[in-house]
Design a protein around this ligand. Structure first.
Ligand code: DLL
Length: 434
């Protein structure tokens, strides 16, 4: 089980690693200073030049970058390369109106597949495996990233994408899938549907699950492993930083190894931005060390975790972060799609006849996360025929699906039936009990 894809890097000494990180950091800072006016201007205003960063710790002198900076720079404002050198575009999930756009040079794609190959091998995939990718093939990064990584290992890849659950099961049985890649919630759903449609996981060949893109607990892992018989590993990443491939679990399943030769990690207090001691929870902040098209400097992930530098039994020297369960903001990850309540509100308020009173309720049905949106509509509305009400409900569901990529159930409720909240109080009720 314990094979390492790239021992030269994954098992180098920490001293060598720090040296490599610093060399790569200097290159990245010079590259960004020369090619991204956004960073150049901000650093100049602080009278900072790349040469002022004389150690890895000095990176703290530089300002943070946040998601809002990507949105303000939409679509290409943070690119360090002209488009003719960029050969792939992706975007984060969850909003179609002003998504976070990222680009990859040829070199970036090669780095990315290397990183995802590490993820695949650490989770137990080998060249003789058959991997079914049940992430959506589209603008988001999950499917394409893992696809390239698994191919690099020599695994036979089935780009199944999402949806059509019975067909997924059929493919899994007939094509003899041994590695399943997707969100934990979708895989859990697959096991429910399998029961209903007469598939028995004991008859399948599944060995390994590479699952991520959303928070999931060790209890969910245990249940998934029990139901499927496979070993399930957590994979983490975010599109701004590269996509999947930022960190990954080894067989030890005691924290996710960060590919530190490509990303410098800091853990900061979300309020003060100051570093927190090793082992204490804080916000993960990443600086890319090798990216060409869209390098990120001190990017605040919004994800809360602690980091440990203790040696791992697997032989990898990379630091490990704890599983990510919580965020610094109100972003929800629902079946791998990231949404902010504010984006839901923006879509709702854009629809005529919707009153600005709504409530978002997250709950679990079977094994699948569901989202219900209760909306108050104008009083005159309830005098309309049922058919008209249903059509309107469907219209709102469609708009949310198209603009945010979520599939909510919309329930129209009478005026004044939703409790009024004090301003800024959350209109989100999470009944999923993670
Ligand atoms: O979700 C990239 C990815 C795809 C990672 C497939 C792993 C597998 P984004 O759409 O930009 O990118 O969403 C990133 O999702 O900041 C976390 O809040 C959350 N997230 C991703 N992986 C995990 C995980 C991809 N393993 C955001 N555990 C991140 C918890 C995760 N949360």
């Amino acid at each position: 089980m314990n094979e390492i894809w790239n021992p030269e890097y994954e098992s180098m000494s920490r001293d060598e690693l720090r040296e490599l990180q610093f060399k790569r950091l200097q290159m990245t800072l010079r590259w960004v200073y020369e090619n991204v006016p956004f960073h150049h201007e901000r650093w100049s205003a602080m009278k900072l030049k790349p040469a002022d960063i004389r150690s890895l710790e000095d990176v703290r002198k530089l300002p943070f970058t946040v998601k809002a900076d990507f949105k303000a720079a939409y679509p290409y404002g943070l690119f360090a390369l002209p488009l003719d050198k960029v050969i792939r575009i992706h975007a984060s999930s969850g909003t179609m109106s002003n998504p976070t756009v990222v680009g990859y040079s040829r070199g970036d794609l090669s780095t990315w597949s290397e990183l995802c190959a590490r993820v695949a091998v650490a989770g137990g995939a080998r060249f003789h495996d058959v991997a079914q990718i049940a992430f959506e093939y589209g603008l988001t990064t999950g499917a394409f990233g893992m696809h390239a990584g698994l191919e690099r290992v020599g695994v036979t890849v089935i780009p199944a994408s999402t949806g059509n659950t019975v067909r997924q099961l059929q493919i899994m049985r007939d094509f003899k899938t041994t590695v399943l890649v997707g969100t934990p919630s979708y895989v859990m759903h697959l096991t429910d549907v399998a029961l209903e449609s007469g598939y028995d996981f004991k008859d399948l060949q599944l060995r390994v699950g590479l699952l991520g893109s959303e928070p999931w607990t060790n209890q969910v892992r245990a249940e998934l492993e029990r139901r499927t018989g496979m070993s399930a590993s957590d994979i983490y990443g975010l599109s701004e930083v590269i996509g999947p491939g930022v960190s990954y679990e080894c067989w030890n399943k005691d924290g996710l190894h960060i590919s530190e030769d490509h990303f410098l990690v800091e853990v900061v207090d979300p309020q003060t931005g100051e570093p927190v001691p090793e082992g204490k929870e804080g916000e993960l902040v990443f600086t890319s060390l090798t990216k060409e098209a869209v390098p990120v400097i001190r990017y605040r992930s919004g994800d809360l975790a602690s980091v440990s530098y203790r040696a791992c039994a697997c032989g990898r020297i990379f630091a490990r972060h704890s599983k990510v369960y919580a965020r610094t903001d109100d972003m929800i990850v629902i079946r791998g799609v990231n949404v902010y309540p504010a984006s839901i509100e923006a879509v709702l308020l854009d629809i005529e006849k919707v009153e600005p009173h709504y409530q978002i309720i997250l709950y679990r049905e079977g094994s699948l996360d569901q989202i219900e949106i209760q909306i108050e509509v104008t009083p005159s509305f309830f005098t309309d025929a049922v058919r008209k009400l249903q059509a309107f409900q469907h219209h709102v569901e469609e708009r949310l699906r198209q603009e945010l990529g979520i599939r909510p159930r919309v329930r129209l409720v009478e005026p004044k039936s939703i409790p009024r909240h004090a301003e800024n109080s959350p209109r989100l009720i999470d009944n999923r009990g993670v």
